[in-house]
Design a protein around this ligand. Sequence first.
Ligand code: SR1
Ligand code: MG
Length: 401
Amino acid sequence: MSFRKFSSDTDVIAFARQHSDLFTAEESLQVEEIGDGNINFVYRVSGADNSLIIKQALPYVRIIGEGWPLSQDRVRIEAEALQLEANHCPDLVPQVYHYDAEQCAIVMEDISAFENLRIAMVERKQLPLLAEHLGRFLADTLFYTSDLYLDTYEKKSLVQRFINPDLCKISEELFFWDPYCDHERNSINASLRTDAEKLWQDSELKLEVARLKIKFLNQAEALLHGDLHAGSVFANKQGTKIIDPEFAYVGPAGFDIGTVIGNYLLNVAGQANQRGEYAERSDYQQWLLAGINTLWHTFEQRFRQHMLAETRDPSLQLGEYADWYISELLADTLGYAGTEMIRRTIGLAHVMDIESIEDAERRADSERLALTLGQILIKERTTLSSITQVIDRIRSELYCR
Ligand code: SR1
Ligand code: MG
């Protein structure tokens, strides 16, 4: 049978039964379409005691329709990336039960015991293990897919398997082009128009963004998740699951770390004007900043340990080289965190952390803060030389408001 969009619950149920052994033949099954992302269709199939998720990729972007075609190879990339991540951190990704090339679908573990991180952060939930889990995920997935660990043939074949031009093109444009000009895809709060126009004239900023863009295009450093925003993370007090690596490709490692940190900071900016008492919002901002600190330290320590103990190429084994490598990674991380913040504020795809602030002026105040922090991170990324300095710099920006 050739590709066909699932068109009824019966279709989805038949597919679930065919590709998993979670359900008995007598059991009646329910289907819910739960996709809240921009691109795909996602179904939860539940029986009496078990459930699973089916994700299907159509040949176009879901929110736009056939006017924005998109390669369905993205679903193979997602399945293979999830399987590869599971080799390094099985507890941090959903298990893939089946990948179906013909129906462009993945059957995988239901992670509904975990909550979407974006919603949890808007509700100011504190998740004690989150930052450490994210740091570990980043250290392991990035190190074990880089030239610091793989041999020449393994690395080149990884690059080949994860050539992902359609999805890379989306990021190339949405991160590094649209927000820096008056692009028709942008969505800009009317009260923020002057700030956006000023940013479009900032040639120092645009030069730094060009430097980050060329690395995104050229630097085949490690296999990235490629879209590690808060909506791609599910968490509860006990655990964390990272989903949705359809943007995976071999790119600059700092892009993944920066995207996560950018999302922590988008919530920091949102909390400045979210509902609720000032003290509660400000405590949560401090929790987020402490989380960035833990995330980076977990990442740095673990990545350094891997470098010192497991790098096989003798020319890359020097201790001083590890120090230099990690300081470059921090600079890239800050730069990409800044581009994530700016593109989520004046580009196409905004975030609930700020969008849910109903009053347009208060929303604009948070957006302005996000733009300011984003620009600081991009422009000062090579002079901020430790995560402590970064956090102090952000705190000083919050206090001087
Ligand atoms: C048209 S896609 C817009 C955004 O949604 C995805 O999750 C990526 O973040 C992309 O940039
Ligand atoms: Mg997604």
